[in-house]
Every structure is written in structure tokens, then in C-alpha cells.
Design a protein around this ligand. Sequence first.
Ligand SMILES: Nc1ncnc2c1ncn2[C@@H]1O[C@H](COP(=O)(O)OP(=O)(O)OP(=O)(O)O)[C@@H](O)[C@H]1O
Ligand SMILES: [Mg+2]
Length: 507
Amino acid sequence: MLARVATFAIVGLDPRLVWVEVDIRPGLPSFRIVGLAGAAVREARERVHAAVLNSGFEFPARRITANLAPANLPKVGPGFDAALAVGLLVASGQCPPEALEQRAIFGELSLSGELRPCRGGLAVAEGARRAGFGGLIVARERAGEAALVAGIRVAGVPSLRAVADLLAGGDPPPEPEPEPPVDATGDGLDLADVRGHELPLRALEIAAAGGHNLLMEGPPGSGKTMLARRLPPLMPPLTRDEAIEVTRIHGVAGVHRRGGLVGARPFRAPHHTISASGLVGGGQVPKPGEVSLAHHGVLFLDELSEFPRASLEALRQPIEDGHVTVVRSQRALLFPSRFTLVAATNPCPCGFAGSERVCHCGELELARHRRRLSGPLLDRLDLLVSVTRPTAEELQAVSRTTSDEVRGRVLEARARQRARLAGTPASCNGQMDGRLVRRLTTASVRAERALGAAYERGTLSARAYDRILRVARTIADLEERETVELEHVMQALALRQHDEDDRADAA
Ligand SMILES: Nc1ncnc2c1ncn2[C@@H]1O[C@H](COP(=O)(O)OP(=O)(O)OP(=O)(O)O)[C@@H](O)[C@H]1O
Ligand SMILES: [Mg+2]
């Protein structure tokens, strides 16, 4: 007898419908899986065999062939187990076939017959709805994530036995838990903990308000990491669509363990030893990289100068385009990557150049450090600030800035931007391209003249010019002004001083 069960393969971030066909006929007992199955899928034979027996069913001692269609789509991972087992039960008459017509099944099996959670519950539920299925059966732990998709009934079940009971007309399990409340304020990380640092705090506020990329340079222990961690809670809470996107990506990458909707903006801080493909995505079976895990959130690169050149170069496309394209077997896979980049670096290898302490670096080391930081990546950063050692007086004083207060200003500035940017692909100033900046930014004559003069001095690239205009736009938004004035441009220039000095030094 022949049975057919629907399940899904995830290619990049896309769910693709896969039909598991199981045929049982007389002959020497065997169990074959065909249809471009990866190693984990071939191993499914052993798991399915044990799970079927241990769930109290009979494993037919006949010739069994399972085909995964379409045959040209590579299938990897253990998510096909449940569909294979159910196909086998139906083909051997141990489970009624009718119940499968409107349902898809997705999950891994343990030897004892438990249904285990697999990556990508949300993506699979979206695929099932798009393919017109009315119901989806997944492991209990994935039900909350899958149930975020409206228009499809999700049943979270614990075991193969429970799947069979459900298909035989048993009561469906209780509806998955409602979404947990969204906590967007971080783990109690507040700007009030930061002492001194007037300029870096201002830069952080501007970065949050306009979605601008930021580089902080300063000696060890001056508070760079501390500042970066406090950025995501300053940004507006994720909208529902953004949260769904983040949940989909994190679910497929296997970093979303809690189930339900991701509430807070992502904060990703990969170590500098990460490979280029770990950073931007890719690999044999293409997976989202850190830039995509940071989508709609913050990517923090600490010790920027320690990252290998190749990794930093690979960041250029995702920063500029907001997505990464990975090409595998003639298929282009798209991973979104709209993130705010925050980078931190010591001013030199020993960390103390330009501070009160003696710097022990040689000329060569200094030059190497500079070279690593200069160039195309630096050009893509909007804000470049020095984080100096706070004075004793500042450290002992009570901080005046709180995250709540800054968040309030950021929200208002974002609302102004949204209104202005309605109908464009950008949703904040940091996402405007050169054309959009010039079209939507009205600057006073004095402001334009100051910017022109800075450009004439020759230390800015044309790209940096646009970036300064964007930052000035955000500063004006924070001050609730529609026209960019001289003071806004001056502030934006001051927040890019670092590269001017640097290039002057280098000249
Ligand atoms: N401005 C500050 N106000 C209050 N605490 C501070 C400040 N700067 C540093 N600290 C304290 O020092 C600790 C270390 O700071 P942090 O890790 O942010 O330094 P860093 O600049 O990232 O150093 P490194 O270059 O070594 O990575 C913080 O956790 C905090 O307790
Ligand atoms: Mg640090």
C-alpha cells in the first residue's frame, strides 16, 4: 500500500513542501529512503524503526521504500522523521489515511518515540499555511512558535503515539500558550550606570534614534562594552512584523529556545575569531550568520581591529544592502541583515595611546593597527567617538541620564522619521541612501556651507558627506526641527572627528 505525508524542508529561511511517500510490498525485509536525502535523513531509518516499535506499533517485516519528493531538493536534518514514521503507519494500515489530507507533520523522533523539536517551527508553519494546509503537527516545545502564524491550527504533541491518536480522531492537545509579554527594556541595563561619557552617551542616543552605525575607541576598561550593551533597550520596541521576522531567523538558526515570539531587539556580540561565513552566513548547508541574527537589532564587534580582514570585508554588502545573498547549487538564498553596527576598539594594541598612561607600542604596531581600522569599513560608520577614562569626580558623581528619558526622545524622533520616510524603503535615517538623504533633508544655507567647507578640507569621502548629513538629520529630529541647522551639522562633524584626525595623522 502507498501512503503520502506532507512535511517541510528549510532551504535558507524558506520552507519548501516535501511529500514523503511510503510504499510497502512483499519481499525481503528492507527499509530504503531515496530522494536526495542527507546523512541525518538516512539515519532516520534507525530512529523510525526503534520509535515505531517502542511506541507499541508493528514494524512491517517487508520491503519498504520511502521517497522524499521533489527529488531534486536536497534534504538535510532530522525534521523528516515524524512524517516518515506516520507514512509507514498509514501504509501498513495502523493509522487512517484520511486525517492526513489537511495536515502537515514536522519533527524529529527519539528512539523511544518522543517527538523532538526541530529548528524552524515558525518558518514551517508559514510554509504549511501558504501550501493550503489547515493543520500542522509539531513537537510540543515548538507549538508556541508555530502558533504565531494565523490561519492554521497547530497541534503540539509529545510523541509518535500521540500523533497517531490525534490522526485516529482523538482530542487535539490544548491550544499553545499565548505569547509571553514582550520585554523590550533589556535585563535592567540602564544608562544610569554609566558615569561621565557625555559625548559617547550622546552618540548612543543618536545611534538609537536614527539607526546609525557607531565606532567607539578608548582604552581598556573605559566602558565601551558597557555602553554598547545598553543600546538595544534604547531603541523602539520591535513591531509585530519585525518580531515575526526575528523569530523566523532565530528559529531556523536554532538560537531561539524559549518558544513564542522574540520580544527584545537582538544583541549579537560574536568573538573576533569567528569565520567570515559565521559572520555573514553561508556554509555547506546555508545558515544565517551573525549579521542576520542581529537583524532589527545590534551587531556588536568588540576589539574590531582583531577581526581578520576577510571578515570585515565580508561585512560591506550586508551593511550597505540590508541583506546577504548566498548562492548554493544554482539557487540564490537571501538572508536579511538590517542591523545597527556598534564596534569598539582600543586606540592601539596596548590600549593606552592618547591616554594618561604610557603607550608601549612601536611604530610598526601602531601603523598595523591603523591600517586594520582604516578603509572601507570605517567609511560605512556614521558615528566615531572616543571613550576616554572617566575622571574620579565623574565616577563618584550620580549619573543624570536614564534610559527611560533617552528612550522617550528616541521614540519621538523615530515617529518624525517614519512620517517623513513613509512610502520609501527606509524606516529610519540610518537606512536612507544618498539619493534619499538629499531629497528629504532640507538644510539651512549656513549648514550647507559648513558641510561644504568640511568636504573641501579633503578629509571626507563623498559617502562620509552623506553620512554626516544623515546624522545631522537625526540630531535635528531629536530636537524636533524640520530643517537641519548649522549646529546640527557641527555636532554631526564632531561625532566623526576620529577619522579626520586619523587621516590627517596618516597624511
Ligand atoms: N564610565 C563608567 N561608568 C561606570 N562604570 C564604568 C565606566 N567605565 C567602566 N566602568 C566599569 O568598568 C567595567 C568594564 O567596562 P567595559 O567592559 O565596558 O570596558 P571596555 O571599554 O569594554 O574595556 P575593554 O577595552 O577591555 O574591552 C564595567 O563593567 C563597569 O563596571
Ligand atoms: Mg570591552
